[in-house]
Ligand binder design. Structure first.
Ligand SMILES: *Cc1c(COP(=O)(O)O)cnc(C)c1O
Length: 235
């Protein structure tokens, strides 16, 4: 896609986010846009960056490293979040390029992030992914499992890992009721867990994609992950 088209579509998405914030009485700027650049070339990321976008999302480590190790040298304020299911043996490379891993779905993954971050003497933010109805089984299966992971962090087992919030994917459907239910499940889980784990700042709720982000904002999202609406269809 041409650079000016990416910048125009980015503007459009930002405008829609602003309107959704207004409509639901949210403060302007309370929802962050994560531009999901997976399958799109580094040039597309640069086009969005030059139009003002700072936060990007990728879901495969190898692709993320190829693009962002170079981009981060050039643009020190660019910020990458990993949003896809993460294999343990990829963590070492993931923490080189990502400031945040949103797809944390098991304690063994937290252990590996800790191990790799400790070696590199760095901190990485994480969101806990909860399965709330999407077809794939991504995320912690339920609240109990997710809570165990928070207990693991609260016991001081992962000092280089910084819990910051929660993430989910709604089911891929036109049924607005089902999509909303998924977002409400995450918000209610977050509300309960924030009360239990006051030592952490668990303020982030990453939910909403190109086709459902306005519903997600109505339900309290603080971060929407949008690819297609900015960069076009993935090949
Ligand atoms: C690809 C992806 C997105 C973006 O999806 P679009 O429909 O292109 O906006 C968001 N979240 C995750 C976890 C993804 O894998």
């Amino acid at each position: 896609m041409a650079d000016n088209e990416i910048s125009a579509r980015l503007c459009e998405v930002l405008e829609k986010i602003k309107n959704a914030e207004k409509k639901t009485g949210r403060k302007e700027g309370s929802v962050r846009l994560l531009a999901v650049s997976k399958f799109h070339p580094a040039e597309s990321v640069v086009a969005a960056y030059e139009a003002g976008q700072k936060f990007f999302g990728e879901n495969r480590v190898q692709e993320a490293v190829e693009k962002f190790s170079v981009l981060e040298e050039k643009f020190p304020d660019i910020n990458l979040h990993m949003i896809g299911t993460l294999q343990t043996n990829k963590v070492r490379h993931a923490v080189d390029v990502a400031s945040c891993i949103e797809s944390v779905d098991r304690i063994s993954l937290i252990e590996e992030i800790e191990k790799q971050c400790a070696k590199k003497n760095k901190h990485v933010k994480i969101y806990f992914e909860l399965h709330t109805g999407e077809e794939s089984k991504a995320g912690f299966a339920d609240m109990q499992e997710l809570e165990q992971a928070l207990v693991f962090c609260a016991e001081g087992n992962a000092p280089h890992v910084v819990p910051r919030g929660f993430m989910t994917m709604a089911p891929f459907t036109n049924d607005v009721g089902l999509i909303r239910k998924s977002f409400v499940t995450l918000r209610e889980a977050a509300e309960k867990l924030r009360e239990k784990f006051v030592q952490f700042d668990l303020s982030e709720l990453s939910m909403g994609m190109s086709n459902d982000f306005e519903i997600a904002i109505e339900e309290g999202s603080t971060e929407v992950r949008i690819g297609t609406a900015i960069f076009g269809e993935r090949k």
